[in-house]
Design a protein. Structure first.
Length: 144
C-alpha cells in the first residue's frame, strides 16, 4: 500500500472514530474513550495537525489525557462500557445462536471487561494527579 493511500485511510478511520466518540459523549450506549483512543492512534500515524487538535480538544482531550497519562477513566465510563459490551454480546449470542461463536464472544467479552476493570478510576487518582488533569483541562478552555 502506498504511503499516500495509507495516510488517507488512517485519517478517514480517525475522523470516523472521532465522530463515534463524540456521539458517545451524548449517547450513553456508545463508549467514548475507545473511539477517541483509536482516533488518536490513527492521527498519530497520519496527521500531526489532527492529532494535536484532538489532544487539545476541550472535550475529547480530557479522555485521552487521563487514559494515556494515568491509565484512568471515570467510574461512570467504566460502568457504561461494561454494560454496553455485555448487552451487545448478549444480543449477538442470541441472534447467532452458534455455540462456537458464543464461546468466542464470552472469551472476548471477559478479556475486554478485565482490561476495563484493570484501569484506574479517575476518582481514585491522588489529589495532585486529579489537580494536574483539571489544570490541563482548564488551560485548554482558556486557550479558546
Amino acid at each position: 500500500m502506498t504511503k499516500g493511500i495509507k495516510r488517507i485511510l488512517l485519517t478517514a478511520l480517525g475522523l470516523l472514530a472521532v465522530a463515534l466518540g463524540l456521539l458517545g459523549v451524548v449517547m450513553p450506549v456508545l463508549p467514548t474513550t475507545p473511539f477517541l483512543l483509536l482516533a488518536a492512534w490513527s492521527f498519530l500515524r497520519s496527521s500531526p495537525r489532527l492529532h494535536r487538535w484532538l489532544l487539545n480538544h476541550r472535550i475529547c482531550g480530557e479522555y485521552i489525557y487521563n487514559y494515556t497519562e494515568f491509565r484512568s477513566v471515570r467510574r461512570s465510563t467504566k460502568r457504561v462500557a461494561i454494560l454496553t459490551l455485555w448487552l451487545s454480546m448478549a444480543v449477538s449470542m442470541y441472534l447467532v445462536q452458534k455455540l462456537h461463536v458464543t464461546f468466542i464472544l464470552l472469551i472476548i467479552g471477559s478479556l475486554v471487561t478485565a482490561h476495563i476493570l484493570s484501569l484506574r478510576s479517575f476518582e481514585d487518582l491522588t489529589a495532585p494527579e486529579q489537580e494536574r488533569s483539571r489544570n490541563r483541562c482548564l488551560a485548554l478552555r482558556e486557550m479558546e
